[in-house]
Write a protein that binds this ligand. Structure first.
Ligand code: GLC
Length: 723
């Protein structure tokens, strides 16, 4: 491969090589539907036609016919006939939208996650996309940050497992042969989720150890699974913005991890080295980024305006540009673009596969698995199909349930909760529906009247509450993470009627549920459940599907607790120590330390009893793993799924160690009265951690193994690792 590509490289002029590093949005390209609509930030790029005809990739272009037209025009204008890479944000579905990744994470269903990515790739590839800007694997601990909806949560092990699953689903085994797959681009490298105060694009400042222990495993897992691309994060890492951070990109990503794929800057992140304050001008930004190993500059033009002069002035070695171009050409070769520049783009196939019934069924199934039943007093749920229900709230009939990054999805086509319930109820006429208020606009008299009328004759009230998509996602940070006051007022008014109430939540982050969880008898977290969301939620409400989701991100008791996460350190004055003093311990005076709902937590329509967990021995070693066995019984009278979780605690490390760390899980289905025996094998590598000098190793000593239904209600068993 490289001979052919090196030959092509040799025939390229310096201008053509530099332009190959440029990625532009669709309007720059002939044949695009929005061709020429160069507005806003696009105008300021100062690009000439030569820059466009020599550019290497386009983002945000989809649609088989359109991609074929743009590629055709490009091949005719590019002197050497080098095809464009077509990239887009296909994060949780292309046209068939799946739950947001935080919801998919709560399904604990790796096969389901992989299938969702395979389906997304199949639709996107038929529409002409070559690369998706996904998976996003940023570990998150701060629900004020709007992009927690894109992550699978607060645990490094679980994030790594989902990262692998998404990469497998997107890429398959052979991108050249499987033209219904797309190359994946893991993002955002690194630690974008650790933005201070949950404010997007804000400073990230972590120790190298914290970075390696918690934030890096997701990216590394994606790359170990063969992920073709990496995207830089907007934020600083140890004082240097990722996009210009040679230590992070050259030393760690490329040298230590051996990643030789394409590294792309996030949108504008290369030029943002200037406002960050590490580059005096665009020329310096270009130099920093190319020296850090950034291959593609997304939507700014520092490279094309300055790299040639920097090379001619001897400030940048031309070989850095050659390396970058070669990596891009190699990806094009891997995708088979030199043989077939249209790859999977096929209008006929696009009509056949995009938004197919099979894909929508898959979305509905995964959405049902992604919802988390947080409360169900008195077994209010599931509803009987004959019950008279008042469905009240701004999300009762809303199509805004796809969530951010659902770009080709259609809110108009989305199955609304009312639609879903009407299809499940014995008689749709027994469901009275009302908005009750706006998402964050106070109820009008008419809305209130409609809501009270709907509630009057109902046996049960189902509240449909939540956040608008725009209150989540990129640049969607919120300092107050309660539901909007208008909705809390509506809940209070309806509570006064004294009828049983179930609250369904459509939102993109763990919320402070004061005013909801304490008012409703049942709470079902639906996240942004996607194109079939209303049907999936209705399936759960009426028991046609059973809730099996478990939280992968803690729900804080209040925003003042944030960041709150299960795998925290014990401190020297833990509040729950047996000999803890009343005051001088690590605590708040006004709220508990514990989150309202912890990592791993979720209910079903039945109950499970855990027998006494047993260890195969009191000691383990690198040669002799430890078996941890537990019996789980479905004690209820309905079938159910349980996520049995294995955690470990290292009681004395060279550095402080988390009070619990998830090491394995098993999602099992049990009929009423059925008992399953679950055995986990714990091996020495699973006990390794980053020491003070960042070496990764295990220590002999005392540990606890916990098995249970979540990170809180698990019993610890002592064992030792011997060396
Ligand atoms: C955005 C996001 C990134 C996305 C890119 C292209 O700013 O940070 O996740 O892939 O731009 O849309």
């Amino acid at each position: 491969m490289d001979d052919r590509l090196n030959d092509l490289l040799r025939r390229m002029t310096l201008e053509e090589k530099v332009a190959q590093l440029l990625q532009l949005a669709a309007p720059f390209f002939r044949g695009a539907e929005d061709e020429g609509q160069i507005t806003g930030p696009l105008e300021g790029l100062g690009l000439a036609e030569a820059h466009v005809r020599n550019s290497g990739s386009v983002l945000g272009l989809t649609g088989a016919a359109q991609v074929i037209a743009v590629q055709d025009a490009h091949l005719k204008s590019n002197r050497l006939g080098i095809p464009l890479l077509v990239m887009a944000d296909i994060v949780h579905g292309y046209r068939t939208i799946f739950p947001v990744p935080l919801g998919i994470g709560c399904s604990w269903d790796l096969a389901g996650a992989e299938e969702s990515a395979r389906i997304a790739a199949k639709e996107a590839a038929a529409a002409g996309v070559h690369v998706t800007f996904a998976p996003m694997v940023d570990l998150v601990r701060d629900p004020r940050w709007g992009r927690v909806m894109e992550s699978t949560g607060e645990d490094p092990y679980l994030n790594a497992e989902f990262a692998r699953a998404f990469v497998r689903g997107f890429q398959g085994q052979d991108l050249a042969r499987e033209t219904d797959r797309v190359a994946a681009c893991v993002k955002h490298f690194a630690a974008y989720g650790a933005a201070e105060a949950g404010r997007d694009y804000n400073t990230v400042d972590l120790s190298e150890r914290q970075l390696r222990e918690f934030y890096l495993p997701g990216y590394k897992a994606a790359l170990d699974e063969g992920c073709e691309m990496v995207m830089t994060a907007f934020n600083t890492v140890d004082g240097i913005p990722a996009t210009g951070n040679r230590r992070l990109m050259r030393k760690l990503l490329r040298e230590e991890w051996g990643f030789d794929g394409v590294l792309i800057s996030d949108w504008g992140a290369l030029k943002e080295l200037i406002p960050h304050g590490v580059a005096a001008d665009e020329a310096e930004a270009a130099r920093l980024a190319i020296q850090a190993g950034v291959d593609i500059e997304m939507m700014t033009s520092c490279y094309v305006h300055h790299l040639k002069a920097l090379i001619e002035a001897g400030e940048v070695e031309e070989r850095l540009v050659d390396e970058a171009v070669l990596r891009i050409l190699r990806l094009k070769e891997k995708l088979g673009l030199f043989d077939n520049p249209y790859r999977g783009a096929d209008p006929e196939r696009e009509r056949e596969v995009v938004y197919s019934d099979a894909h929508r069924r898959a979305s509905r199934e995964l959405a049902a698995k992604s919802c988390v039943l947080l409360k169900n007093e008195g077994g209010l749920l599931p509803l009987a199909r004959e019950q008279r229900v008042a469905l009240i709230g701004p999300f009762a009939r809303s199509g805004d349930i796809l969530g951010p990054w659902s770009w080709l999805g259609s809110r108009d086509d989305a199955v609304r909760l009312h639609d879903g319930m009407a299809a499940r109820a014995a008689d749709p006429g027994r469901i009275a529906v009302a908005d009750g208020c706006g998402v964050d606009e106070a109820a009008t008299e008419a809305q209130l009247r409609e809501a009270m009328d709907a509630a009057r004759d109902a046996d049960v009230i189902v509240l449909a509450l939540g956040e608008r998509s725009e209150m989540s996602g990129e640049a969607g940070s919120r300092a107050d993470i309660r539901l909007p006051q208008a909705q809390l007022d509506l809940v209070a008014r309806l509570k006064a009627l004294g009828k049983p109430m179930a609250a369904v939540l459509f939102n993109g982050r763990p919320l402070d549920l004061h005013g909801v969880a304490d008012q409703a008898d049942a709470v079902l977290e639906a996240w942004f459940p996607g194109s079939e969301g209303g049907a999936a939620v209705a399936d759960l409400l009426y028991g046609a599907a059973r809730p099996s989701g478990r939280l992968t991100m803690s729900f804080p008791y209040a925003v003042g607790q944030v960041p709150v996460y299960y795998n925290a350190y014990n401190t020297g004055r833990p509040k729950d120590a047996p000999d803890a003093q009343v005051r001088y311990v690590s605590q708040y005076l006004d709220i508990p330390n514990e989150p309202l709902y912890p990592f791993g937590y979720g209910l079903g329509y039945t109950s499970f009893a855990y027998g006494e967990a047993k260890l195969s021995a009191a000691e383990m070693s690198a040669e002799t793993p430890l078996a941890v066995t537990v019996q789980v019984t479905n004690e209820g009278d309905a079938p159910g799924e349980e996520v049995v979780q294995l955690y470990v605690r290292d009681l004395a490390g060279e550095v402080v160690r988390p009070v619990k760390e998830l090491k394995a899980f098993r999602k099992i289905s049990l009929e009423p009265g059925e008992t399953a025996q679950v055995t986990f094998e714990l091996t020495e590598p699973q006990l390794r951690y980053y020491h003070a000098d960042c070496t990764h190793a295990s220590d002999a000593g005392a540990f606890l193994a916990y098995v249970g239904p979540n990170s809180r209600d698990a019993v610890g068993l002592a064992f030792r690792l011997i060396k």
